[in-house]
Design a protein around this ligand. Sequence first.
Ligand code: SAM
Length: 232
Amino acid sequence: MSDYIDKQTLRYYSIISNIIKQKKELFSEFEIDMIKDMVLSGDYPDIYHQDVLRELFDEVGLLPDEENMYETFIQEINNQFDIKNNHIVEVGGGRFPRLAKRISLKQNLGTITVYDPRLDLEEKSNEKMILKREEFTGKQSIENCNLIIGLMPCQGINPLLDAAVAYNKDFMVWFCEGGPHGDYYDYFEDDYEWFDSTMEHLEYQVKKKNMGTVKMKTLSKFSDYPIVYNER
Ligand SMILES: C[S@@+](CC[C@H](N)C(=O)[O-])C[C@H]1O[C@@H](n2cnc3c(N)ncnc32)[C@H](O)[C@@H]1O
């Protein structure tokens, strides 16, 4: 980090510090230190691609359009599925459900139900956006939705895909290095082994359930991890 901190970085630092102060309960001490250090490093756009930081920047309206992963992902979903009129379930919406909120504002007949145990307790549902402050285990019924999505939902990826296949629902998930952690994770050598195994199982299940084929797209500007979805 250079000793010189420019005006923009200082302004961002002040805005982000302020919102963290107001929403202290959403972050661990470690995360608060990390967030402040990263913002002060001024290392944009890397900062915008860090989940906790992109949420914060988008929440306060500082995420530039060209680095906005939420709008980018919405465009990708929209290219395959009908965002406006589908009932959507989102797994791992984050503390500030930025993706769900943006989608809800574009919806017509559809709704979006977002699961995350870390959701901001002060966040209010609107008539299109339903908040579930809970872990999505894959056991909750998604019978009434037409599409299930996740933007880098870490440990939520496997339950999301399990539910999509169990209920024969369309899905789109932007993978991340999260994968499953803990005991189950130890079963795999690394994230890539977990990814390959997940994809192999998914392709088999999607074919068996006549859900079309599994497609993959990588937007390397944002991440090496692909967006994975089914095409009927
Ligand atoms: C990397 S963050 C991404 C947050 C948000 N989608 C974004 O991109 O800004 C992953 C989020 O997934 C949530 N998550 C992980 N496993 C989950 C599960 N089984 N059900 C619901 N949320 C989960 C975490 O709490 C965390 O907020």
